[in-house]
Design a protein around this ligand. Structure first.
Ligand code: F6P
Length: 323
């Protein structure tokens, strides 16, 4: 009998549980045994395995976080760590490993596959910085959370004639900031991918102020060259121009904690099922993702060696509208 293992790894993303549920139930329906590995690659190295039944994953489709728990496992980047992972899989007679996670996790999956481990990755990270998928599990829910928060900040900003610098997650990728800014009608969006200076932003806000605007929302990606605190510090140390009073709000981990929205539940369910299909086809070493409206597979080597770019049309649109 084929015996599979599944783990979640890296930052939790809303929809990971829906993916787990689909993986476990489709695996069992296909006649495979499936075990869950708690705490990601750390649990794998430590040999923590837990058999999962269809009932074990009941009622989790709408829950954020991950039933299995997750870690950021630095040890997997080392040769002894990889060897311990391979040995653990052998010892527990695992014929295939399914890794639900983002960039770092799929790098780990690829490293294991290069050592001969049959692996399939499922694209899951709120950052949407993973190649091989247009959108990853968790992104749309994180965006909903961010946009709801920004809408609220706009209300208080308008009441007090303020500019809010709203910092959103995304690691070194500006996708969340760009889309949250576009969806909330932000006056300016500061991204890691686009060079900017706090001084130019200060003058832009001053112009808006002179035009009689009541407030402004500036969405700042956490990975931007100047983060929200640094921009604010620049503003306060250059008080010459009469402009908005500013406030900083960092949305931080709140963006990861939402219950998955409908899109993420369905995406996660389809990707989980697609991973089991790949097992049946004997196609290992791939990431299952969502490209051009279809569920697709991409070689983990390509996933790990290509850079994901921001959609340039959206970038232009955001610039054209923030005026
Ligand atoms: O990878 C998702 C993410 O939320 C990034 O956006 C952020 O930079 C990072 O995780 C935060 O990591 P941690 O939860 O380890 O603080």
């Amino acid at each position: 009998m084929i015996r599979l293992a599944v783990l979640t790894s890296g930052g939790d993303a809303p929809g990971m549980n829906a993916a787990l549920r689909a993986v476990v139930r489709m695996a069992r329906a296909t006649g495979y045994e499936i075990v869950g590995i708690p705490h990601g690659f750390t649990g794998l190295m430590a040999g923590e395995y837990r058999t999962l039944s269809a009932r074990d994953v009941g009622g989790i489709i709408g829950l954020g976080g991950t039933l299995l728990g997750t870690t950021r496992c630095v040890a997997l980047k080392t040769t002894p760590g990889l060897q311990a992972a391979v040995a653990s899989l052998k010892q527990h007679a695992i014929n295939g490993l399914i890794v639900i996670g983002g960039n770092g996790s799929q790098a780990g999956a690829y490293a294991l596959s290069r050592l001969g481990v049959p692996v399939i990755g499922i694209a899951s990270t709120i950052d949407n910085d993973l190649s091989g998928t247009d959108i990853s599990i968790g992104v749309t829910t994180a965006l909903d959370v961010a946009v709801e928060a920004i809408d609220r900040l706009r209300v208080t900003a308008a009441s007090l004639r303020r500019a809010f610098l709203v910092e959103v997650m995304g690691n070194r990728c500006g996708y969340l900031a760009l889309m949250a800014g576009l969806a909330s009608g932000a006056e300016a969006i500061m991204l890691p991918e686009v060079k900017f200076s706090p001084e130019a932003l200060m003058h832009q806000l001053h112009r808006f102020y002179d035009q009689g605007r009541t407030h402004a929302i500036v969405v700042v990606a956490e990975g931007a060259a100047h983060n929200a605190d640094q921009i604010d510090q620049f503003f306060t140390s250059h008080p010459g121009l009469a402009s908005f009073d500013t406030r900083v709000t960092k949305l931080g981990h709140i963006q990861r904690g939402g219950a998955p929205g409908v899109f993420d539940r369905i995406l996660a369910t389809r990707l989980g099922a697609a991973a089991i299909e790949q097992v049946t086809l004997g196609r290992w070493g791939h990431l299952v993702g969502y490209l051009n409206g279809d569920i697709t597979t991409t070689d983990l080597k390509i996933v790990n060696t290509s850079e994901k770019r921001l959609p340039s049309d959206v970038l232009h649109l955001a610039n054209a509208l923030a005026c």
